[in-house]
Design a protein around this ligand. Sequence first.
Ligand code: ZN
Length: 225
Amino acid sequence: MIEVKRPPEPGALKRNGAKWKQKLLKAQTKREKKLAKEKYRHSDVKATLVTMFGGKCAYCESRITHLDYGHIEHYRPKSRFPKLTFEWSNLLLACGVCNGAEHKGGQFPDRAGGGPLVNPCDDNPSDHFRFQYDPDTKLASVYGTTTRGETTEKLLGLNRHWLRKYRSEQVRKLVALARFARSDPDARVLLNEACQGNAEYAAFARTLCGDWSINDTRSGVGRGL
Ligand SMILES: [Zn+2]
């Protein structure tokens, strides 16, 4: 997970958000509620989130868009916080696994339960997690360094089997690239690209480069190499 800067609210949400919210809060039947709730799936909202997160899951940093449409994720679940269904600051892009019933689903632990979850737009994830590659096991793991980080890692399954397996394969290549980058300009360019916000598992690349100053998916070339 990396810090992501939130762009201005999409026009469709700005124009209609208050109206959609009123409609949802007034809905009586199950069907009325369902129809009113679905408005957040507006193409303008989705497109803005896809650009904002570089087509990646806000939580696990896996690229979504070449495989799936991705979920418009409610950081505070809409089932428990219906007033925040159309709140721009509550919307993220997530993969179906992080956002699925086996992981986050409708859960949102409070402070007493070890929460709230780390939010890539409101928190700096590097304050809550350690992104570590172990050369012996060849595993790239995410460890919580705060209570909130630990809760987030466990609830979202940030070290779940298939995610860690694929991520470890990618990070292993980055580790080799970082070695070559000391002397090879081409390798340095590739490592810079791996640190950008739209690159998969940029948190690990930034840890390898020791550079957490990049926090914008549109932020040009990485520094500190
Ligand atoms: Zn995910």
